[in-house]
Design a binder for this molecule. Sequence first.
Ligand code: ASP
Ligand code: MG
Length: 401
Amino acid sequence: MRKIIVHKYGGTSVENIKKMKNIAKRVINLYNEGNSIVLVISAMGKTTDHLVEMARAITENPDRRELDMLISTGEQVSVSLMSIIFKSLGYDSISLTGYQAGIVTSSDYNKGKIEDIDISKIEKYLQEKKIVIVAGFQGRTEEGDITTLGRGGSDTTAVALAAKLQSKCEIYTDVDGIYAVDPRKLGKARLLSEISYDEMMELSNLGAKVMEMRSVEMGKTFQVPIHIGNSVTGKIGTIIKDVDQLMEKKVITGLATESNVSMVTITDILYCSGDIYKIFNLLAEGEINIDMISQTAPIDGKINVSFSTTSLDSNRLKSLLKDYSAHKLYVEENMTKISVVGIGMADQSGVASKLFSIFEDIGIYFKQVTTSEISISFIVNNEDSHILIEEISKAFDLSDD
Ligand code: ASP
Ligand code: MG
């Protein structure tokens, strides 16, 4: 039996024909070694962005079904070109849209969830020894309308196919794998040879951009190890896998940052007046995305509340809360949220105190802190973030120094 491998390449890796030809060469080598290949690819370069822009130039809120019809075409271009390349090199291949590949999703346009995949067609083509090239990021509803899976969704297509085909899943990108810290933030960031699904999801959630979160969730659900490698060298750098399969459970595996965070503090809110509910309701109606929240204990029947949010327009915030002018409103912009994530944190104490000692040593204070079972997040001034990232990385072995 030939072994099936699902290979996924993202937009940057297929941005031009030259890069596509290099991928074809690698795939052909694997094919010649006796593997069956299912290739999942994204749209070329920034194609999806351009398609979205075209629709937005017509209206701010393009019809969601039609938007999916439009943006799914990006992948149709890349898969067909890829197949033309294979055929020109003398290899039999076939390109498939998500629809043709049997990918059935919910009818949530622009963020469809894969509900099932009828893999019979793919299996038939693999048996015919074809290289199968599937358009990432798309599927169809029960009724036969085209859907997309949400931006970055090709990763999910790859993991879902690997789950269904019970095959290996390799995702190639323009970096070597998953780093403990974004290498743009820390030059000597350590490349992680392994990371658990939970840590990867937490890091993605807290600002790391390498993997689309839903694909990792799916990997966890179906126990598909996800191999991440460099699309140019073909070398696998990181395996995302089950926590039980990790060689070591580090206290802190990685650090994620999110910049342009604002901290809002509202003081003198009447305790027990329902004002808190009213304020947050107004914020929700104004679609202000609230992240960390903290509240002080009531003193003289009054409380203060702080919350963090990204890319806030403070004038808009003030106008949203204009009916609550009795309160004082303070907005601090240009903050960074730094989060550390590690599965070992769940059963080890003293992680917070070790972190606090780093703050103490360099004389930096944080504005807000929250924790989850496997993460701790802080809000600091943008200008303090660099030194903190360096020091935390040194203390927790996240860099190669
Ligand atoms: N082409 C889609 C996007 O840009 C899907 C993907 O790249 O994974 O979001
Ligand atoms: Mg991507």
